[in-house]
Every structure is written in structure tokens, then in C-alpha cells.
Design a protein around this ligand. Structure first.
Ligand SMILES: [Zn+2]
Length: 468
């Protein structure tokens, strides 16, 4: 009996010694000690040591004590909280050329370690990613779609200097497959379908993306409804055009849209789209039908919504009124900061009150999505609409909570939900052995208040500290 119990104890000792020995064999390991580990999947773990080896999390164990806790590779994170690096699932590196080169550093500064670019010239994006990969300091992981795949009339056709050329036309089904193959060959990680594609082209683009194994991000094409187009895509953007499908008179609205688009033979795609949105959006919101909307949302249970609440509510939340805005703005290139400041000054002196109905609708829809079990991922559309790269992701998290999410759900939207889109849930987004070491050390608990994700002590990307 005595022998048996001795053997059991020594076995336990052997196991703990073995794990301790393994953890510290490697002199280059980094250890974050005494930290509270918070991710969106596991329960909160207090007084842990997180061991980083190379670019991966190697172990999450009880905190080190004694001499082991004082070696130079161990940092004491008592009172601090470790969360996974954040994703921004909707960014545009090429939208503001004066900002393009700074965006990667801004993302990392704010703990955004992975981004999905949802529209821009493919060759330029591929070159940017290569430059960032080859430089000596780290950059976020960048996934991109290349151009918005649009219809015969292209919304972002580059004809107005205020709107960059983000789109290309896929005017008929014969070009759809070739276009997608070309994107895949040039390094695209997904495709992005836009609002003026025809229904048969939409179907062909979807089939081509499936055959080339590319996930699909999509706006709802205006010739279709959210419950027709959405289930065929992997993500939908901005919650836009869901309001059209949720209206009691959705069939009438759809018929009107189809007629307008079919009869449009001359002019700008931008004007065509804008005309349809301004004719139908607010009337559709006013005709909201909850039963109809539930039916629509129930078709979207496998389609991640990227609401971009930050963009949809920008005039309501007025980011420039926040205490931390001036400092965040000074982190931007001077000419961009000045340009944005003059836009803000104009807005302040504009006497017409902004219309908040779409902003309110967007926030309201979050609770509906949650109830109908529609997945949600965090994205901002930065830098469009005064979105400071990185900084604006924290605003998105706060707005998701305003819309009805718990802090854990919001953290999930910016860490795990994006991995469902890319199929890399086993590699990134949680704090456990084997995961990529993209981490943020916070000075306060984000589960108490999601805005504590702004209270950053340090950021690590793939095992390298970039801000401490
Ligand atoms: Zn966008």
C-alpha cells in the first residue's frame, strides 16, 4: 500500500519534472508568467505561465515560482491579461495611397495581427505583401481578395479621383471562371463579389471559387436578395441589403431594382448603386417584417456576417469625440491626419442632422443575428470613413457589445470566427499549445469591459514582441 502510493506520487513528480524540463530546455523560449489567460473558447485561466517557442505557443502551465521565475527570458505579467491577437476582417490597404505603407505598423501597434483585405488591385496587394514579408520588422498576416468582382457597370471603376479603382467587371458567365483562376494564380486568398453582378454570373463565380478552393466574401448583388445570395457565400459584408430582404414588400422592392438595373444602359455604376440604395434602404427599414426577417436570417447560419458597425454608425458614434482620438490621429501620416481633421471640421459645421436610421438598424440587427444563430466576425472597412487602422477594430468590438454581444462573443468575433472563414481554426485564434503566438498583453480584464482591449501593455506577433 505504502509502496503503491509512493510510486503514484513519484510518477506525478516525474510528469511535472518532465514537463518543466521540456519547457525550459530551449534557452530561446519566452515565458509570460503569472498571467491570466483569456480566450473566447476556454474558461479564464489564472496564474499561468505561457511558454512561446519560435512562432508558436508551446505550453500553458501553472505559473513558475522560485528561481525558475526570475530567469531573463521570463516576464512577470502579474495583474495582466493575455488574449489572442485580433483580426480585422474588412480592410482596404489601397484605399488611401498616402496611408498604405503605414497600415501594417498601425495594425500591429493596436494588436491587430491578422487582416483580410476585401478589395484592391491584385498586383499591388501582392507586391505590398511581399515588401512587408521581406522587411526586417514584423507585419500582420495579410489575406487578400484582389478586386471587387462587379457587373458590366463597376461601382469602384476609378473614374472619380475620390474613389479608387477597386473593382473589375465580370460582365458575363464566359469570363467568370477565367477571372477567378487568374486571381488564384496571382495569390488571392479569397474572392470578393460586388453588388452589380448578374445572377447567372454570381452563380458562376461561386462555382469557380469552389473549384479553385477559394472562400467567398460577398455583398448581396442588387439583382438578388440576401437569402438567395448569402447562403452561397462564406461571408457577407456591412449587413448591407439585408434590410431589403427583411421588408414586408421585399418582392416589390426586388422587382423595382431589377427593372432599374436592366434598363440602365449608360452612366456610372456608382450612381446606379447609390440611386438604388437611396430609393430603397430607408423605406425597407420602415417596412421591417420580423417573421420575414427570421426566415432570411435562418438561411444565413453558415454565412459569417461582417457587420462593420464602426463604418455603419460613424456619424452616430463620432469617433473624433473620444478622448483617445487626438493621440490616435497623431499616429497617422501628417497629411492624412490633416485631411481627416478638415473632414471632421466640415462635419461639425454641417447644420443638417445626419440620418441615424441605418446605424440604428445595424445595431439592432446584431441581436437578431445572435438570436437566429448567424455567425459574426469583426471588421471595420478601415480606412474608409475615418477608420484609423487597428484603433478602429477596438471600436468595432465595443459596438458589437452595444449591439447585444457579451465581451466573450465579441472577442470570439475577432479571434475565432475569422478562422472559420479561412479554415485555420486549429492554427490561430486561441491560447493553447500549437497555436500561432499572436498575443496581446492587456493591463485590464476585457471580460469586465470590452474596451479594456485598448489598454495594451504589449503585442506579440508570431513569437516576436513588437510593442512592449
Ligand atoms: Zn470594404
Amino acid at each position: 500500500m505504502h509502496f503503491k502510493s509512493f510510486s503514484f506520487t513519484s510518477c506525478l513528480l516525474a510528469i511535472s519534472c518532465l514537463s518543466a524540463c521540456t519547457e525550459f530546455q530551449n534557452q530561446t523560449d519566452l515565458v509570460i508568467n503569472n498571467v491570466t489567460v483569456v480566450d473566447a473558447v476556454s474558461p479564464i485561466r489564472v496564474e499561468r505561465s505561457v511558454v512561446i517557442r519560435d512562432d508558436k505557443i508551446f505550453a500553458v502551465s501553472p505559473a513558475l515560482t522560485g528561481a525558475a521565475a526570475t530567469t531573463p527570458n521570463v516576464i512577470d505579467a502579474s495583474g495582466q491579461f493575455l488574449i489572442p491577437g485580433l483580426w480585422d476582417m474588412h480592410v482596404h490597404f489601397l484605399y488611401e495611397p498616402k496611408l498604405t505603407e503605414q497600415m501594417a505598423d498601425l495594425f500591429l501597434h493596436y494588436g491587430v495581427t491578422s487582416v483580410r483585405d476585401t478589395g484592391g488591385n491584385l498586383a499591388d496587394l501582392a507586391a505590398l505583401r511581399e515588401r512587408l514579408t521581406e522587411r526586417s520588422r514584423p507585419s500582420p498576416q495579410i489575406y487578400f481578395s484582389g478586386p471587387l468582382l462587379d457587373g458590366e457597370f463597376v461601382v469602384y471603376d476609378g473614374s472619380d479621383p475620390a474613389r479608387p479603382e477597386l473593382g473589375v467587371d465580370v460582365a458575363n458567365t464566359s469570363t467568370a471562371n477565367a477571372r477567378v483562376k487568374q486571381l488564384k494564380d496571382a495569390g488571392a486568398d479569397l474572392i470578393k463579389i460586388y453588388e452589380l453582378v448578374q445572377p447567372d454570373v454570381y452563380a458562376d463565380l461561386v462555382a469557380a471559387a469552389r473549384s479553385h478552393n477559394l472562400p467567398i466574401a460577398s455583398h448581396v448583388p442588387l439583382m438578388l436578395t440576401a437569402d438567395e445570395a448569402g447562403p452561397l457565400a462564406d461571408s457577407m459584408e456591412h449587413l448591407r441589403n439585408i434590410e431589403l430582404a427583411c421588408a414586408s414588400n421585399w418582392q416589390e422592392l426586388l422587382q423595382e431594382r431589377r427593372k432599374t438595373i436592366s434598363e440602365f444602359t449608360e452612366g456610372l455604376g456608382y450612381d446606379l448603386r447609390r440611386g438604388l440604395h437611396s430609393a430603397q434602404r430607408l423605406p425597407a427599414i420602415a417596412a421591417y417584417d420580423e417573421n420575414r426577417c427570421n426566415e432570411v436570417l435562418d438561411t444565413l447560419q453558415a454565412t459569417t456576417q461582417v457587420p462593420t458597425l464602426r463604418l455603419n454608425t460613424v456619424f452616430r458614434q463620432q469617433p473624433w469625440t473620444r478622448n483617445d482620438w487626438p493621440i490616435a490621429l497623431t499616429g497617422m501620416p501628417n497629411d492624412v491626419a490633416q485631411q481627416w481633421q478638415s473632414q471632421i471640421d466640415l462635419l461639425k459645421h454641417n447644420n443638417t442632422a445626419p440620418d441615424h436610421r441605418f446605424a440604428d438598424w445595424s445595431l439592432f440587427l446584431i441581436s437578431r443575428l445572435l438570436e437566429r444563430k448567424v455567425p459574426i466576425a469583426a471588421g471595420t472597412d478601415t480606412p474608409i470613413g475615418l477608420g484609423i487602422p487597428g484603433y478602429s477594430l477596438h471600436t468595432e468590438l465595443e459596438l458589437l457589445v452595444t449591439g447585444g454581444m457579451t465581451p466573450t462573443q465579441a472577442l470570439y468575433a475577432a479571434t475565432v470566427a475569422p478562422t472559420h472563414f479561412f479554415g485555420n481554426t486549429d492554427e490561430i485564434g486561441q491560447i493553447k499549445p500549437g497555436m500561432t503566438a499572436d498575443l496581446i498583453l492587456l493591463n485590464a480584464n476585457p471580460m469586465d469591459d470590452i474596451s479594456n482591449t485598448r489598454n495594451i501593455a504589449a503585442v506579440m506577433t508570431r513569437g516576436t514582441w513588437i510593442r512592449r
